[in-house]
Design a protein. Structure first.
Length: 87
């Protein structure tokens, strides 16, 4: 719903995800996030990106342009993810 968020910005609660979106809708969402990243002048080569989302959220977003990507939830089940978030 909000695309790229500033970690300091408060948002209102919402119940929306990419779960039931089509591939084209997810690509469109990813393009918006990518454009926001580019506008914020991130350095795709030197900045480090920590992905705290499932594959559906980064499948079309993360490209070879991103050089330092860490997939925090990779190979973790929902129980491990929830435990990680509660720390």
């Amino acid at each position: 719903k909000y695309h790229l968020l500033d970690p300091e910005k408060e948002i209102s609660w919402y119940d929306e995800s990419l779960k039931n979106k089509s591939a084209s809708e997810i690509r469109e969402w990813s393009q918006k996030v990518y454009n926001q990243l580019k506008e914020s002048r991130v350095d795709f080569v030197n900045d480090e990106f920590y992905i705290l989302a499932g594959k559906k959220y980064y499948k079309y977003l993360i490209t070879d342009e991103f050089k330092k990507v860490h997939y925090v939830y990779e190979n973790k089940g929902i129980g491990q993810i929830l435990q990680f978030l509660s720390i």
